[in-house]
Each structure stands twice: as structure tokens, then as C-alpha cells.
Design a binder for this molecule. Structure first.
Ligand SMILES: Cc1cc2nc3c(=O)[nH]c(=O)nc-3n(C[C@H](O)[C@H](O)[C@H](O)COP(=O)(O)O)c2cc1C
Length: 221
């Protein structure tokens, strides 16, 4: 039986409730089929116009992990975990060749010729119109994909930690993107088997930051 078949996946609410940001990982490897399943579930994430404007780099090599940790204020999760997903975002993806995306959607039947013809002009127009916000929009898509990874990993018995503590230019050097000025780093996510239990630091009551209709009208639950 494959390692994946042995895993009793957690349902989504349980995975959400149980997930913690893990700071210490075992060096145990992730089985290749399980890693592939994680990648599949990560890229199953939605994106604006389905442009899939992320670049996901699985950093596994020991020297690469050490360099990535050095770019991340020496946070040791990256060295310990067998793999760290670097989520980068391409702000120019919507203005590049979208033929493979159109062809797939035509093949599945999700989009028809009329939809594709519309998108051929609408996507570059919308993306171009974003101007300075293109980077922000691309990062949103990458973060949604990272969230899929984190919850899928939890569901499949692994642990993670979203990481914002890194220097963008240094991370880009490590992943070989130093010559790509527009590529943005969205978030880093080490994935592996937890070497520590971690408690939930808690969440504010809804009254702090959940409103109904307008800010300041607190949601009572
Ligand atoms: C976008 C983001 C960036 C984060 N960056 C780091 C980081 O660089 N290093 C770290 O140890 N934890 C990082 N964290 C983890 C947070 O400290 C943690 O999510 C928070 O304390 C809540 O704990 P929980 O995730 O266990 O619920 C980050 C979390 C998020 C969502």
C-alpha cells in the first residue's frame, strides 16, 4: 500500500482548527507521491481569470535550504523541514501568452469559444489596467495557493509555517530569479513533520474585527 493510501485525511474544518505554525521540524523526508499530491492540491487553487500567475519553487537541496534560511533571518524551520515552498508571483502573467490556459478550458468544456474570445482581450486589458496594482493582484493569487498547501498538508498529516520573515532580493537570488525585476516573492512555507507540539495563541473576539454591513457594527455570532 502506498504511504498516501495509509493516510486518513482530515476533513477541512478539522484541518483548519488543528493547524498551527510549526517552528521545529523533524528531518524525516516526505514521500514523493505525498509531495506530488500536495503540489496538485496547491495548484488546484483558484486565480484571477485562472491565469495561475504563481511560480512555486520547492527548495529541497541542503545547500539551497541553507541559503534560503540565510535569506530568511536564519529561521531554522527552512533548514530542518525537508522542503520549503517558495511562492513567487508574476505580475506580467496576464499579458503573456495565455494559449495553454484557453486550450485546457476549451478541452474540459468549462469555457466555450465565445468565452475564450472575450478573455483574449479582456484579460490583458484588465491586467494592464491594474497598473501598479499588478504586483498586489499576483500576490493575492499566490497566497491563496499557499493557503491551499497549508491546509492540504495539515489534512495529510504534515505541518507548515507561513513565513514573511525574509529579504526579497536575497530569496530571489537563491531561487535564480535575481534577473527578473518584476517577479515578487509572496510567502515561504516550509513543510514537514512537526518536532514539537504547539498551542493555539488564540484569536480576538469577533467584536474586534468582524462586522455586519459596515465596519463598527460588530457581528455578534
Ligand atoms: C503571512 C504570515 C507570515 C508569517 N511569518 C512568519 C515567520 O516569518 N516566521 C515565523 O516563525 N512565523 C511566521 N508566521 C506565523 C505566525 O506567527 C502565526 O501564524 C501566528 O502566531 C498564529 O499562530 P498559528 O499559525 O499557530 O495559529 C507567519 C504567519 C503568516 C500568516
Amino acid at each position: 500500500m502506498s504511504p498516501i493510501a495509509q493516510i486518513q485525511a482530515l476533513d477541512v474544518p478539522t484541518a483548519i482548527a488543528q493547524r498551527r505554525s510549526i517552528k521545529t521540524f523533524k528531518s524525516d523526508p516526505i514521500a514523493p507521491e505525498l509531495l506530488k499530491q500536495l503540489v496538485e492540491l496547491t495548484v488546484a487553487a483558484p486565480s484571477s481569470f485562472n491565469i495561475q500567475d504563481w511560480q512555486i519553487i520547492l527548495v529541497q537541496d541542503e545547500a539551497q535550504k541553507a541559503a534560503l534560511a540565510a535569506a530568511s533571518w536564519n529561521q531554522q524551520q527552512i533548514v530542518q523541514a525537508p522542503v520549503t515552498f517558495v511562492f513567487a508571483a508574476n505580475p506580467n502573467a496576464g499579458e503573456q501568452d495565455l494559449t495553454p490556459i484557453f486550450e485546457q478550458a476549451l478541452q474540459t468544456g468549462a469555457w466555450n469559444d465565445k468565452t475564450v474570445d472575450y478573455f483574449k482581450s479582456a484579460i490583458p486589458q484588465f491586467q494592464g489596467g491594474l497598473g501598479d496594482k499588478r504586483r498586489e493582484y499576483a500576490i493575492k493569487d499566490a497566497i491563496i495557493a499557499a493557503t491551499h498547501l497549508v491546509l492540504a498538508a495539515e489534512s495529510l498529516g504534515l505541518s507548515t509555517c507561513f513565513m514573511n520573515g525574509w529579504i526579497e532580493e536575497k530569496v530571489k537570488e537563491v531561487i535564480g530569479a535575481a534577473d527578473n525585476p518584476d517577479l515578487a516573492i509572496a510567502v515561504l512555507v516550509p513543510v514537514g513533520y512537526a518536532a514539537e507540539p504547539r498551542l493555539n495563541p488564540g484569536r480576538l473576539p469577533f467584536s474586534y474585527n468582524v462586522s455586519v454591513d459596515r465596519i463598527g457594527n460588530p457581528y455578534q455570532g
